[in-house]
Each structure stands twice: as C-alpha cells, then as structure tokens.
Design a protein around this ligand. Structure first.
Ligand code: URA
Length: 297
C-alpha cells in the first residue's frame, strides 16, 4: 500500500504536490469512490485508481525473479494445451513478469522472469551473447573428435552453431557421459540438437547459469528475487559485445581439463563467443575407446 499522491506521481500523472490538489478537487477515485483525504493509501496492483475517470496505470516496480524450473512445466504464461506452466510456481508474484527465453518442458534449471522489457530484449538479442551454462547427460561417451565438433559448431537447420565451450565431467559409466556446455545462443532445443548431431542424444539437461546468475542451492520449484548486485551484473553482461567471428578452420584443443586465463575471463563473466572453441576433457578421457549407442529417433 502506498499513499495515493505517491502512486500518482510515480505513474507520471503529476508531481506529488499537484497530485494532492487533484485529490482535494475530488478528481481522484479509488474503486469508484472519490478520495479527498491526503493520507489515503491504495494498492495499485489491486485497486482501480482513476483521475478524471481515466485509469491510472501504475509504473510497476521492476521485478527480477530467478526460478529453478523443474521438469514437466512449460515456459510460457499460458499454455493452449493446458499443461502446467512456470507461472503456477510463481503465484505469489503480483507483477506481470514473463520468462526471458525458454527452457524445454523436460529441461530443468535456472530461468529468469522479469517485467523489465528492456533487459529481457537485451538478454535475448543474438548479438549480446549472454552465456548460458548447461549440465548435460548424454547417451554413450563422446570422444574428443565429437566434442570438438560440438565446440566448433554443428549445423542446425542449415546454420552452424556458434563456438561453444564443452567440458567433459567425470562420467559414472561407459554408457553415459556428463558434460558441461556453455553457449551464447538461444536456438530452439539447441543443446539437445547439438548432441543429437554427434549421435549422443541428451538424457538429462539442466541449466546451471545465465550470465553471472548461478544458485546451486535453489531447489527445483523454488524461486527468489535477484539481489541488486545480481541485477547490476546482469545488466552489464547484457551489453552488446561485437566479438569477432570465429576463425576459419579453428582447431578445438582437447586439454587436460584446465581452462586458459583468457577463456576463464570470458566464461566466468557472462559471454561466450570465443574466437576459438574450447574442449576440455578429464585426463585420459579423450583417448578412451568410445562406445556409442544408436541415435534415438
Ligand atoms: N537447449 C535445449 O535443448 N533445451 C533447453 O531447454 C535449453 C537449451
């Protein structure tokens, strides 16, 4: 609840002083009744506030929500097929927030929702290249050559994906491998299709970072507001970068799992878009014989 004159001034109707005059003149109504009392409070999210009969649209406070999306929810405000949407997990949020980008129905992990249209547009703009990091479990164990292909870019719908950072994590068995991949594009089902293209379909996919945003402690189905520091970092990361295009024939280097300083600087901040794709594998892993499972249809 806020004082009416504050609501009116924040909505850009008039200064606080001039808003008080509008009130004393009986030109301001709340839920149909004129309000002349200067201390009167209202809630712009629920009350119908009008000046001279015209509805006052409150300048909603910007809201930035980080949700850990579980599997089985659609990333949309409403679903024509009536499946559960992420909004059902955010019923306590009054502001009109909406998802920035998308996670598939079967993908888990971090999803940003906001009512800040400018930031949402920047984050999803292809040139801004905000890095998203995914943990992926794939069928079979890709070898160094497979990973290099993914890192350099694979064709999807006739267009090659941008360079990615791919890192093999310790897998539990020879039938599955767990990897971390960092991409800066948001093409439809991109990670799944990248691994499909090397014959190692994704069994499990979870987004673990969006630019500077991470929260390993946030449980699936839970959400929280971003801190002011996170909002500032996100805004910095969403600035256009104009990085050079990858060099022709760039070679992906299988390494011993360490990340060079220049690479660290790019991925630890928020951008990918490296001039050279990067593959890291645990020691010895790249040389192991590969057991492939047939591609899933
Ligand atoms: N890539 C995918 O394949 N799915 C997602 O949900 C996100 C990225």
């Amino acid at each position: 609840m806020e004082r009416l004159q504050k609501i009116l001034s924040q909505a850009g109707i008039a200064s606080r002083r001039a808003s008080e005059e509008l009130m004393t003149q009986g030109r301001v109504t709340v839920n149909g009744a004129p309000v002349r009392e200067l201390g009167t409070k209202a809630d712009p999210a629920v009350d119908d506030i009008r000046v001279d009969g015209r509805r006052v649209k409150s300048a909603e406070r910007p809201r930035y929500v980080l949700l850990n999306k579980p599997k089985g929810y659609v990333t949309t405000r409403s679903d024509p097929q009536r499946r559960a949407t992420v909004m059902e997990l955010l019923k306590a949020v009054r502001e009109y927030i909406y998802p920035v980008g998308r996670l598939d129905y079967d993908t888990e992990g971090l999803l940003l929702l906001t009512n800040d249209g400018e930031l949402a547009a920047q984050l999803t703009h292809p040139r801004h290249e905000v890095a998203r990091v995914y943990e992926v479990k794939v069928a079979g164990v890709p070898d160094a050559h497979d990973l290099s292909r993914v890192a350099k870019g694979v064709p999807i719908d006739g267009r090659r994906t941008e360079p990615a950072h791919v890192e093999m994590l310790e897998g539990k068995d020879d039938r599955h491998a767990t990897l971390r991949i960092t991409i800066a594009e948001g093409r439809n089902r991109q990670v799944r299709r990248m691994f499909d293209s090397i014959g190692h379909p994704v069994d499990y996919l979870r987004r673990i970072a969006i630019g500077p945003l991470k929260d390993p402690k946030l449980k699936p189905g839970h959400w929280r507001d971003l801190t002011p520091g996170e909002v500032a970092a996100l805004k910095r990361s969403a600035k256009p970068v104009g990085l050079p295009k990858p060099r022709e024939g760039a070679k992906a280097a299988a390494s011993n799992g360490t990340t060079p300083k220049t690479e660290r600087a790019r991925t630890a901040g928020s951008k990918v878009g490296t001039t050279r794709p990067k593959v890291s594998t645990p020691p010895g892993r790249s040389e192991r014989p590969t057991k492939r499972r047939p591609r899933r249809s």
